[in-house]
Design a protein around this ligand. Structure first.
Ligand code: HEC
Length: 186
């Protein structure tokens, strides 16, 4: 786990360190649960996978996880399918960072970040596994023409095709909206 602090002048105190440790663990388990649920939903489907299977942010299961843990759970990417999943500047920075680390064949650990307004963010890369390729893989090899058409009909500006197994397809971006410290004004 790497701790980055943006705009923070004082070192984290012990209470803050404890909160950070708890939220790192919570981020790890929430993203694992969400991923398990996601892969499960995909595997349970028959031949013609509904596109909604990958709209997990709107499922009741994720809504409940968010409510219980008071955290916002988002997935985003540098090559998005749904424009409402667009990355903000911080998320874009993290995606580029993970891609650079992957190119250098370095480990890709989850990262916690404190932002300027004193909130905690959690990031973790999402890799494409074989379950994902029927909708995100190589056109005509993994994604058949019917699926490609269904995707493009609904998402005409889709950029989320052409991945290989193991590619970084995006990141989890979790945000706790409470402030854990009072940021010093610049
Ligand atoms: C049935 C087709 C299908 C499968 C299988 C699928 N996806 Fe998706 N994926 C989609 C659709 C459709 C969206 C857009 C969802 C929305 O409207 O929010 C999407 C969105 C995403 C996003 C959010 C960013 C964006 O592009 O809008 C990520 C990240 C992602 N998929 C990764 C994966 C991964 C990883 C897997 C495998 C575990 C997977 N997908 C499996 C169809 C699929």
């Amino acid at each position: 786990m790497l701790l980055l602090a943006c705009g923070q002048r004082d070192k984290p105190n012990s209470a803050m360190k404890k909160t950070i440790a708890i939220r790192t663990e919570l981020g790890d388990s929430l993203t694992s649960m969400a991923l398990d649920y996601w892969v499960d939903m995909i595997s349970q489907q028959s031949e013609s996978l509904p596109l909604e299977v990958c709209k997990i942010e709107s499922t009741e299961y994720i809504q409940n996880l968010q409510k219980r843990s008071k955290v916002k759970i988002k997935r985003t990417s540098d090559r998005i399918r749904n424009t409402s999943n667009h990355p903000d500047s911080l998320e874009r920075y993290m995606i580029d960072l993970y891609k650079d680390l992957a190119k250098m064949q370095k480990p890709l650990p989850p990262k916690i970040l404190l932002d300027r307004s004193g909130r905690i963010h959690y990031f973790k890369p999402i890799s494409m596994n074989h379950e994902c390729l029927s909708c995100h893989g190589q056109v005509r090899i993994d994604v058949d023409s019917t699926m490609q058409k269904r995707i493009l009909d609904k998402y005409p500006n889709d950029q989320a095709l052409g991945y290989f197994e193991g590619s970084i397809g995006g990141i989890w971006s979790l945000l706790w909206t409470d402030k854990v410290y009072q940021a010093t004004p610049n």
